[in-house]
Design a protein. Structure first.
Length: 535
């Protein structure tokens, strides 16, 4: 019926299909998000090619793989256990990168279990390259993107000034006198950096030279990407007086992006050419005797008739080969994981005590005026309820109050930290950190909040923000994710909120005055919030 497939090959195909079904069931939502959402982002659109590159690299190593026998290694099952543990951490905390890394660990563990360490080492680079399929965690992506935009802006302004242009920078906004250019996400450098690093890794893999030259080649991709991106910004500044706004948008913008990436590849090739000229220029060749011995061994193996090699294997019954101990152990682990994931609800929704539409506009002498967000932002934030109120005290000093509530936080639907969206637009953080303010919260006499001082030109603002989490207060995303994990596991709850206060610094006051105003407002607002947020 399956002519052309021996029993061993047929059993391997069936086992592979079983594993594929189990892994698909476990990681279906994560990989759906990866394909539909993450790979649709221009920063990571090139990552969809990684599986094809990996398949080619494995095919390129087919001879070395065939030369080494497979050997069961139970260490692979331990790696799978680590992957399963990370799955639950990511699933309950609502963190996609943890799920992606979990899937990679589980797949690597399966390969290790069935192939053995020696055979796995043969394809170690392709296996590691699979990690390039996944986008960076949001907090790393946001900070790296923001810093690259700043560096690119700074270098672009320096180049324009060197060319005699009048250019000044405030954050990511470049003032050219006749117009202002904002270095937006499309120019953040990551769209060159990530594909260029991946390309550098692949080139270094095939670059037959000493290890330190390979490392230098990969490391060089970072300054190349940043420098070339600053050239793109400079070119926009130079061409803007001639062509107008269209040089920064549409066809011109996209074409310049492709042209700049080709330029980065040219720089990378130049670096490789320079490294070739540096000593040592040649890699020490393998021992000819050992090479001959390897060929002889391969020749002897080739001369053994297939019937003699396969005879002991064919003597085993089909069920014995299929229901092997490693296969059954792996299936039990993955099957149990899938059954729990599909059969237990860990993210029950928790409604608010009262809707934010009832939040008072008058609070202890503060008079507020409500405002709203555009629907596209509400959709993007995936929140359950929110309110924005701009309060004024008797001295006409304002505090902007924003609170967003999430009935349930899950993958792709969780709280967005202001630390990733407050910077930019010309604003610069000068001070940021966590501070304790004397506001009773729960059984504690003080409450931790994030404190951020921002400046844009002569305009200064002070911001407090924190995350009420089911009777606790979190101040960073890691803490919030761990609370979500534990409460989903023990209480089936992942609801939470974000509270953000912003006040300007007026001309006749300093930072201490703004701190006192926010502390006084926080003392009044926290007890009221407890009437709306479930504990």
């Amino acid at each position: 019926m399956f002519k052309g497939l021996d029993n061993i090959g047929f059993v391997g195909i069936i086992k592979g299909l079983v594993y594929a079904g189990l892994l698909t069931g476990i990681y279906y939502t994560a990989y759906t998000w990866l394909i539909v959402k993450d790979w649709a982002r221009e920063d990571y659109s090139a990552s969809m090619l990684i599986p094809l590159v990996v398949l080619y690299l494995i095919w390129d190593n087919r001879g070395a793989l065939a030369a080494r026998p497979s050997k069961t290694s139970w260490l692979g099952l331990g790696v799978m256990f680590a992957g399963v543990a990370l799955f639950w951490l990511g699933e309950l905390a609502g963190e996609f990168f943890t799920l992606y890394f979990s899937s990679w660990l589980t797949f690597t563990g399966l390969c290790w279990l069935h192939l053995g360490w020696r055979k796995l080492k043969t394809i170690a680079f392709p296996i590691l390259l699979l990690l390039a399929m996944f986008p960076l965690p949001n907090f790393i992506h946001g900070k790296l993107s923001f810093n690259l935009k700043l560096i690119s802006s700074q270098m672009g302004v320096k180049m324009m000034q060197w060319l005699g242009m009048s250019a000044f920078r405030e954050g990511n906004v470049i003032d050219l006198g006749f117009t202002q250019l904002q270095v937006v996400d499309a120019c953040n450098g990551l769209r060159y950096l990530i594909p260029l690093i991946i390309l550098g890794l692949i080139i270094a893999y095939f670059f037959k030279t000493v290890w330190w030259k390979r490392v230098l080649l990969v490391v060089s991709t970072i300054p190349i990407a940043v420098f070339v991106n600053s050239l793109r910004i400079t070119s926009v500044g130079i061409l803007y007086p001639i062509w107008g706004p269209k040089v920064a948008e549409g066809f011109f913008h996209d074409f310049s992006g492709w042209f700049i990436f080709i330029l980065t590849v040219g720089f990378l090739a130049a670096v490789m050419g320079i490294l070739k000229l540096l000593p040592p220029k040649q890699v020490a060749k393998a021992n000819p005797a050992m090479h001959d011995q390897t060929n002889a061994t391969a020749g002897l193996c080739a001369e053994v008739p297939d019937s003699e090699v396969s005879k002991p294997q064919l003597s085993r019954p089909f069920t014995s080969k299929f229901l092997s101990t490693p296969f059954m152990a792996a299936c039990c682990l993955l099957g149990l994981n899938l059954a729990i994931a599909m059969g237990v609800e860990f993210h029950a929704t928790t409604p608010m005590i009262r809707p934010f539409s009832e939040f008072p506009a008058s609070v202890a002498g503060w008079q507020g005026k409500r405002s709203s967000m555009e629907q596209k932002f509400i959709t993007e934030l995936d929140l359950s309820d929110y309110t924005i109120i701009n309060y004024l005290n008797q001295e006409d000093r304002s505090v902007n109050f924003y609170v967003a509530y999430y009935q349930s936080q899950s993958k792709g639907e969780s709280i967005h930290s202001p630390a990733t969206c407050l910077p930019g637009g010309g604003w610069e953080f000068e001070k940021a950190g966590t501070t304790q303010i004397p506001v009773p919260y729960g059984d504690k006499d003080a409450m931790p909040v994030n404190r951020a001082f921002m400046q844009k030109g002569d305009t200064k603002q002070l911001s407090y923000f924190w995350f009420p989490m089911r009777g606790r207060v979190a101040t960073n995303m890691w803490e919030m994710k761990l609370f979500n994990f534990w409460d989903a596991l023990t209480r089936q709850r992942t609801d939470g909120a974000l509270v953000r206060l912003i006040t300007p610094l007026y001309e006749d006051e300093d930072v201490q005055d703004a701190d006192q105003r926010l502390v006084a407002f926080t003392r009044e607002i926290v007890p009221i919030l407890s009437d709306f947020l479930p504990q």
